[in-house]
Design a protein. Structure first.
Length: 482
């Protein structure tokens, strides 16, 4: 497939080459999926074929384009969940079969919000009148969970702080403390998170929740750029609570603490070990994140760009998705891979696709095609025309400058470019008409100097040595070009 055809397919979201391959020797199977755009149903069917799954339960009406997609050595569960989720389904693998259920419609989602708001009102009313009721601790936790679901971390934190003032002991307080520490961590309030989590490790060191606390303490220390302390907390979690889910997450994130403390080889060995372990979707995504960060730090920029793109596709929070796309774009630019750079830039700045594609085509030498993607930003059009002119691509420069502004500072640059086009195109008689009045009216010394140079060259090409000599002495001929 030619570069230009591939580009057009990305832009138009037409199904592009879809690659679905089982990782050789993987058991349980892992699969790599890559495409710019493709039918979701086709991706799921090809995944089922590669992983030996039964695709028959996939609903016949499941369809829709997805893309871009790049999932490197992912489990079938992860692929099904992400692909189905992208078109409004809940997907999973169960007993060797791919199952997909339709998500609630926008109307039903609105109903969910209404139900959540009503539940919040009822819990608040209950806690106002029945704070000493035996059901109050559960009500506090449910109320905080509802605010968390609504992505209102501030109110969820306030609820759990209020709960800690009324519930002084018991299982509910310990659970609330873990969740409060987690919410503080999500909100970036790491010192507050550690204060709450340390209380758990000191007063409830034998409870399973302490494992979660040690893991979160490690994450907080990583966020505060203290990888040595983070590694200690991860180690305690793994050693003291080896059978918990927190221990797996601690092992994954200990890779990051190893890398930051300079133990790079050990970090990569641990990544290789973790990649052979059965992991949940959340654990696999965390592993991909630390692996991608390690690749970025090791200047493996192509792999880093692909990883950040995959993580962006999996992100549910807009801020996280944007950050990962930006990381992908930076890594892609450093990779030296022009197509990957184009791909990530289009993903990062879709509103600028004309400018991005135009510049890419120019860098490939396809100037005539680049002109079709005229940038919307006038300054970009002018700079693009200058670049084309520097490569002596006169016709393309002329087309690029046609829609540039005719007034303001950029109009002066446009006149210079048009004069250059005329000179190089063998039409010097156009130059005095373009520049004489502008020279007389402009107070921009740099423009006047550049324009006088071109005006003099035009008169020389016309054989009018007298006028050329006047111009090179800084005198504009009083009769203009006539």
């Amino acid at each position: 497939m030619s570069v230009l055809l591939g580009m057009a397919m990305v832009l138009l979201q037409v199904p592009d080459d879809l690659i679905v391959e089982r990782v050789a020797g993987s058991d349980p199977p892992r699969v790599t999926v890559r495409c710019a755009a493709a039918s979701a149903r086709k991706v799921l069917l090809r995944t089922a074929e590669a992983a030996g799954l039964d695709p028959i339960p996939i609903p016949t009406n499941l369809d829709g384009l997805i893309g871009p997609v790049y999932l490197r050595e992912a489990s079938p569960d992860e692929i099904v969940e992400l692909v189905a989720g992208a078109i409004g389904y809940v997907g999973r693998v169960e007993r060797g079969r791919i199952l997909c259920d339709l998500l609630p419609s926008s109307k039903e989602e609105g109903s969910r919000r209404a139900l959540r708001d009503e539940a919040i009102t009822q819990y608040e009313r209950f806690l106002t009148t029945s704070m000493d009721d035996s059901r109050a601790p559960r009500a506090w936790l449910e109320l905080a969970a509802l605010h968390h679901e609504a992505r209102d971390l501030g109110r969820a934190i306030d609820v759990l702080r209020a709960m800690r003032e009324t519930v002084v002991e018991g299982d509910a307080r310990v659970r609330s403390s873990v969740h409060l520490g987690y919410l503080y961590f999500l909100a970036g309030q790491y010192e507050s998170a550690m204060e709450v989590l340390l209380e758990i490790t000191e007063k409830n060191s034998r409870r399973p929740e302490a494992g979660d606390a040690y893991y979160l303490l490690g994450r907080c220390r990583l966020a505060l750029d203290a990888p040595e302390l983070a590694h200690r907390y991860f180690a305690i979690c793994r050693q003291s609570f080896p059978t918990t889910e927190a221990a797996v997450f601690a092992r994954i994130w200990s890779v990051e603490s190893l890398r930051r403390t300079g133990n790079t080889d050990e970090a990569w060995r641990e990544i290789a070990t973790l990649e052979r372990m059965p992991l949940s979707t959340a654990q696999a995504l965390d592993l991909l994140e630390v692996r991608t960060a390690a690749a970025d730090a090791a200047a493996e920029f192509r792999e880093a760009a692909e990883g950040w793109l995959a993580l962006a596709a999996a992100a549910t929070e807009a801020g996280i998705r944007k950050d990962r796309i930006q990381r992908a774009a930076r890594a892609a630019e450093r990779s030296g891979d022009a197509l990957l750079t184009l791909f990530t830039l289009l993903t990062a700045r879709p509103e600028e696709k004309g400018e991005i594609i135009g510049r890419f085509l120019m860098s490939c030498g396809a100037s005539e095609a680049a002109v079709k993607f005229k940038p919307t930003d006038p300054s970009v059009r002018v700079s693009a025309a200058l670049e084309l002119l520097a490569r002596n691509e006169i016709a393309a420069a002329q087309k690029m400058i046609e829609s540039a502004p005719e007034d303001g500072e950029l109009s002066l640059v446009r006149k210079l470019i048009e004069a250059d086009v005329a000179l190089r195109g063998g039409r010097p008689a156009l130059v005095p008409e373009l520049l004489t009045e502008a020279i007389l009216r402009s107070g921009n010394e740099r423009f006047v100097g550049e324009a006088m140079q071109r005006l003099g060259e035009a008169y020389l090409m016309l054989g009018n040595l007298e006028r050329a000599e006047m111009v090179f002495k800084g005198i504009v001929p009083p009769e203009g070009w006539k």
